[in-house]
Design a protein around this ligand. Structure first.
Ligand code: PLP
Length: 357
């Protein structure tokens, strides 16, 4: 069967080159006579893989020396608890509520302290990013969800929190655009959107922030333990870290994050330009806050939505069904989605519009 254009929000498309490389190395990695899946996480061969992955992340994102880079488990969802458990000092934090993931994050933080919703865009079904300028000075940190995977919104600016550390969930926008890491206290991202298959979570943390955690924090949820053990405190998902390394090598070869950002702007603009001029299709997110990665859009009624999703699927454009809280369609166009995928999607949307208006 031919490969399809996969618009899934996550797990999502991986670069074809990466899959092919993994295929050639599947039975014997680098003359070891074994697959990375069968390899000890304490072996020299794997140590080289994990070190290279960290080195590439540091290089691609320009991560300063005083930040730790960790590969953890439990998905981004585990970070909803790890962040307060490790960063609470006064046991107070501010959250900006921009969607379902932010909501889960704040609820988890409320279990261990006073997590406050400083601003919210719930009034308009999370279709925009609230502007916040004033932050509570007694906060241990401010938490944002930088790209809202479900609602298709993103911060195009970084909140100025002064001395208060800024924590960001970047699960769906990591490595898609240039980010000044030094503006953040902690960044986390589940791998399955823009980094690798599911199974690891990337955490980038300023080292001085992870020195102390709450006494109740389980060992496996302490950043300091993982930092000191270079993400090898227990057995990590070795194969996923290996695929991450291949994705990062691919990204570097493609020209790095700057080139990715340019390509992503090009892809998103093609789709937004069409949506803005269409008489049938319409985008759902506020123009100034639109995501480069997840683009939700709707047709005038559910019958047409369904008809479009079916028509697209028959032509090899899959996973376009929108999240139930927005409805309609959603095209997730992460780094691995080629420009042609979006170009051809716009073509079938044009054709659908002609045939159905
Ligand atoms: C997908 C996603 C999550 C949840 O990730 P898991 O790895 O499934 O826990 C959290 N936040 C954002 C922004 C996401 O897109």
């Amino acid at each position: 069967m031919d490969r399809v254009f996969n618009f899934a929000a996550g797990p999502s498309m991986l670069p074809l080159e990466v899959l092919k490389k993994a295929q050639t190395e599947l039975l014997s990695y680098n003359n070891t006579g074994m697959s990375v899946m069968e390899m000890s996480h304490r072996s020299a061969a794997f140590e080289e893989i994990i070190n290279k992955a960290e080195e590439l992340i540091r290089e691609l994102m320009g991560i300063p020396e005083n930040y730790s880079v960790m590969f953890l488990q439990g998905g981004a969802s585990t970070q909803f608890a790890m962040v307060p458990l490790n960063l609470y000092k006064n046991k107070k934090a501010d959250y900006i509520l921009t969607g379902a993931w932010a909501d889960k994050a704040v609820k988890e933080a409320q279990k261990y302290g006073e997590a406050r919703v400083l601003a919210s865009s719930k009034d308009k079904n999370f279709s925009y990013i609230p502007k916040v300028k004033d932050f509570n000075q007694d906060s241990d940190y401010v938490h944002i969800t930088m790209n809202n995977t479900i609602y298709g919104t993103r911060y195009t600016w970084i909140p100025q929190t002064g001395k208060i550390p800024l924590v960001a969930d970047m699960s769906s926008n990591i490595l898609s655009e240039q980010i000044d890491v030094s503006k953040f206290g902690l960044i986390y991202a589940g791998a399955q959107k823009n980094l690798a298959p599911s199974g690891i979570t990337l955490v980038i943390a300023r080292k001085d922030l992870i020195e102390n955690c709450l006494d109740i924090t389980p060992t496996m949820l302490q950043y300091k333990i993982h930092d000191e053990n270079k993400s090898l405190y227990n057995t990590p998902p070795c194969f996923i870290i290996y695929i991450l390394k291949l994705v990062l090598e691919w990204l570097k070869k493609e020209g790095g994050v700057k080139t990715m950002e340019e390509k992503n702007i090009k892809k998103a603009s093609m789709l937004y330009n069409f949506l803005d001029n269409s008489k049938l299709f319409a985008g759902t997110a506020a123009k100034e806050d639109r995501s480069l990665m997840n683009i939700p859009f709707v047709l005038p009624n559910d019958d047409l939505n369904k008809k479009f999703i079916d028509t697209a699927k028959k032509q090899g454009f899959v996973e376009l069904k929108g999240h139930r809280s927005v409805g309609g369609m959603r095209a997730s166009i992460y780094n691995a989605m080629p420009v042609e995928g979006v170009k051809e999607l716009v073509e079938i949307m044009k054709k659908f519009e002609k045939e159905n208006s």
